[in-house]
Each structure stands twice: as structure tokens, then as C-alpha cells.
Design a protein around this ligand. Structure first.
Ligand SMILES: [Fe+2]
Length: 207
């Protein structure tokens, strides 16, 4: 990716625009999951090392930046259009901007590229997996399993704001079974549990 438009710059922008810790963590979780799909796609193309890293970078950046403007401009008229406008002025690459626009159903931007599809597929799921971790006594993502996630998806009262149809539709867009999608994102978030604040709490034993 072009210099100055990598993960570090994306994270700095997310932090500049977003004060909420949970919204920052959401951006990071979506970034981690979306980047995992970028790495898989790079592998499919036979890339490795620095080439694979560079291929996956726009995926990571789109994840970090997709809700960048949400805290300041949450309305449907503004989000994600204001953020994308700002990023375009800064010179961020169009594929990243396209994916950010396409993650919003109402934007009129179709999900065309693999990056567009991956970002959409990971957005709701990253939030859902975070919710699954936070209801564990340990609050650890390491205690979350795919079977449990599938069960919770059927429980309408649990994390009711998360659109199950977007998680299911995301797997379809990527052309993989739902279970594989859940497993891919869960594994990615487990690998970065510390950064996401989901590596668990110490449970105090009663005397
Ligand atoms: Fe999001």
C-alpha cells in the first residue's frame, strides 16, 4: 500500500475521530477479521511474506476506518459518507473507500470486490463474537466456541441489535459455509485477544 496509508495511519485516524473505547475496539475487531480474509486471499494468489502483508493491508485499514465517523456523524445521511469524503481528501486509496461505502446497505454502493465482501461479512460478526465473549464468566474470547456462537445466533434476545442475516449473508457473499466464517473470525480475534481486551479476567475465588 502507498506510504502513509497503512495500518498505523488508519489507527491514528480512528483514535482521532473516535473517543469511545468500545467503538475503537469494534474498529480493531472488524479490522482483525477482515485482514484475516485478506491474508487468505493473498495465499490463494500464491503471495507470501511482504507481498501478502501488503495485499492484506487495505483490508486491515478498511476495518479500522469503516465506522470512523460514526461517533460524530451517526445519521444515515452522514455515516459513512462524511468519513469517506475526509479520507478521499487525504488521498486514501479508492478500494478502501469503496469497501467502507459498500458496508452500509443504504449507500447505493454495491459489494463487488473481495475486500467489499469481507468487510461486510466481518462487521456484524465481530460485534457478535465480542458479545459472546463478554457474557462468559471469564470475559475471554478463548472460551468462545463455534457451536456456542451458532446457538446464540438463534437466541433472539441475545445481542438483539446484531443482524443475524448480515452474518449469514456475509458468509454467502464470501462463498464459504457459515461455520467456517464463524471459525475464521473467532480464530483471528483469539489471536489478537489482548489488543481487543478480550483475553479474560482473573476470576476471584471465594474463601
Ligand atoms: Fe461496524
Amino acid at each position: 500500500m502507498v506510504d502513509g496509508f497503512g495500518r498505523a495511519a488508519a489507527l491514528a485516524l480512528l483514535e482521532e475521530w473516535t473517543a469511545s473505547d468500545s467503538l475503537r475496539k469494534h474498529g480493531m475487531a472488524v479490522s482483525i477479521c477482515t485482514e484475516a480474509y485478506g491474508r487468505r486471499e493473498a495465499e490463494r494468489f500464491g503471495l507470501s511474506g511482504a507481498e501478502a502483508e501488503a495485499f492484506a493491508e487495505p483490508y486491515a485499514c478498511a476495518g479500522l476506518l469503516h465506522d470512523m465517523d460514526y461517533e460524530r456523524y451517526p445519521s444515515l445521511e452522514e455515516h459513512p459518507f462524511i468519513g469517506v469524503g475526509h479520507l478521499r481528501e487525504l488521498g486514501w486509496p479508492e478500494p478502501v473507500l469503496h469497501a467502507i461505502l459498500a458496508h452500509a446497505d443504504y449507500s447505493g454502493t454495491a459489494r463487488e470486490s473481495h475486500l467489499d465482501k469481507a468487510l461486510f461479512a466481518c462487521d456484524e460478526l465481530a460485534g457478535f463474537l465480542t458479545a459472546c465473549a463478554l457474557v462468559k464468566p471469564t470475559k475471554s474470547i478463548h472460551d468462545v466456541e463455534v457451536a456456542g456462537v451458532k446457538k446464540k445466533m438463534k437466541d433472539k434476545a441475545f445481542a438483539r441489535a446484531v443482524k443475524r442475516e448480515d452474518i449469514i449473508g456475509g458468509a454467502e457473499l464470501l462463498g464459504i459455509p457459515l461455520e467456517e466464517h464463524l471459525g475464521n473470525c473467532l480464530k483471528a480475534m483469539q489471536e489478537w485477544a489482548g489488543e481487543l481486551g478480550l483475553d479474560g479476567v482473573v476470576i476471584q475465588q471465594a474463601d
